[in-house]
Design a protein around this ligand. Sequence first.
Ligand SMILES: Nc1ncnc2c1ncn2[C@@H]1O[C@H](COP(=O)(O)OP(=O)(O)O)[C@@H](O)[C@H]1O
Ligand SMILES: [Mg+2]
Length: 235
Amino acid sequence: MVGPKILDSVRERHSVIIGITRSGKTTFAAAVLRKLWSRSTHTIFVDPKHDEGFSKLGTICYDPMEVYERLLAKDKNIVFRPSGDANERVEQLDRVVDLVFMLAKKNGFKRIRRVIAIDELQLFVKKGSSKAIEQIWTVGAGMGIVGMAMTQRIQLLNETVWSQSDNRFIFRIEDRPDYLKSRNLEHYTNQLDFFTDPMNKYWFYFTIGGGEWKKHKPVQINNTKRPKRLDLKRW
Ligand SMILES: Nc1ncnc2c1ncn2[C@@H]1O[C@H](COP(=O)(O)OP(=O)(O)O)[C@@H](O)[C@H]1O
Ligand SMILES: [Mg+2]
């Protein structure tokens, strides 16, 4: 399971989750978000893929005004599914993030701690930048708003997001060794045999700051929980 140190760090500082498709990024993010709900943290899961598998992460909203209504109602968990159109999607995230920041300055909302998890972050970057992403990763933390970025390669992250994220979770990646080196990740190359071994599927390599990196076993998928229902055997 995800331990308290990781949860506290994700609640307070920005995070990045990197890994090739189907390496387990979103599953991990979802497990973390669920755990944060019992640590007085509000979450927004931004899901450009409209993935039904993650629809339980909150009240589903399809446009910024719907999100705003949920924010005003202090809904603790929101899933935002932006438009499929690339330009519209980018503008919608900018709008949502503007609304979140605007509200965070208002009485009654100032103390809300919020994690904005953005899946497939690269889909929100236009010509190398995103207003929303810059806003979260440069001024968010001071206002209790932190980002959690998910993407397939470190190379897809801009410098701000990478450097401002103390929490870094690396699933299987295919960034080139010289690129890893340029991001001070040559130590990951020594772990490649481990992480590419099918036996170690869904394991990840992580740091929560301070320069220490560790391996972490896969998070438990919580579909083993039996649905609540009447036990009819006793009748
Ligand atoms: N910790 C895990 N244990 C078991 N299965 C997992 C785990 N993490 C992910 N999976 C499975 O692997 C597949 C891909 O996971 P997903 O989180 O969607 O990857 P990504 O977001 O990196 O594309 C899903 O079918 C998911 O159920
Ligand atoms: Mg995913």
